[in-house]
Design a binder for this molecule. Sequence first.
Ligand SMILES: *Cc1c(COP(=O)(O)O)cnc(C)c1O
Length: 387
Amino acid sequence: MSKKIYLDYAATTPLDKRVLKAMMSYLKEKFGNAMSFHLFGKETEKAVEKARAQIADLLDADPEEIFFTSGATESNNWALRGLTKKGDHIITSAIEHHSLKETAEALQKEGREVTFLKPEENGVLALSKIQSAVRKNTKLISIMFANNEVGTIQPIQKTGEWLKKENKNKKNKIYLHTDAAQALGYLNCSVKKLGVDLMSISAHKIYGPKGIGGLYIKRGAPIKNLLFGGEQEQGKRPGTHNVAGIVGFGEATRILIKERTKNAKKIKKLRDSLIKKVLKEIPHSSLNGSIKRRLPNNANFSFKNVEGEGIVLGLSLKGIAVSTGSACTSGSLEPSHVLLAMGKGPLEAHGSLRISLGKYTTKKEIDVFIKELKKTIERLRKISPEL
Ligand SMILES: *Cc1c(COP(=O)(O)O)cnc(C)c1O
């Protein structure tokens, strides 16, 4: 097998070498508990606070508004559960990441009202739909910034601007949360510009380590704890700090601030040529989701009469990693809830393939991928009963 090719950056990204380097001493000699009063603790506390400031810088927030969590999954759970109570109404979309979707479903069973809004056919949610879903008891609107399967970018800033006006004549403020795990690597995530009260982020989608993430909580947002038992993170998120992870998250953020625009441009060029070639060279192929309102690293196709899983397995045998949709459902053989919500039939939803590029992707890799994809699909179609 020739060199392995990774085209699944939306599932997770490799650790940047500079990030690993920044983390190393915190995995070795600098092992102190960041809450300890002695010199070992002071050293790691300083590192944690430096990372917090770096992340605050990226989000255009104050360091006191950044809370470290185990990742965007926990942040999504915390935002939804922590900000609402029984009887409250939550507006969300039908294309959210599983960590948000299933939290919303669990809360619905526990007595919150939840509206799951369907996007337009192109995978983008209409602001007017959000606006007309508001009820008297609406407490929280939670819409992802960019989708993890089709890469579509949602109108968060417009929602934020509208809410700001809406909340002026309201006794009970409506809060806005966004899951920015996919968007962070590519889009401006200034919480001020977007007008959000809460934002979920994760390190391993931006070349940082796994198991560390954060929740931006705007000062004053009335959020209850998910976890209890310690004074860490202003008493709001107890548990001994994952110091090395936090340091890695900070360094990944520092690099992102410097290199995001340049990388996004390079990746978009490769992605655009990939889309063009696939649609031209593979018969009965179609692109899912808007081409314009889309992350620069995402491509998602449906291929008539071929199952996505078959393609993923076939390409994997050739050393190429792509995915059907989200990493969280692979193996379950469930059709994509995102494509279903976009109005695709179960067959199309089953036949989808997500290719997500990253900063280490090369033109050569894209060329090899297209060649192997063509072969794999031809082979699978030969054994398909439909053709
Ligand atoms: C990856 C991802 C998550 C989960 O993040 P973890 O840090 O792995 O828990 C949540 N939402 C979106 C949109 C994601 O892409």
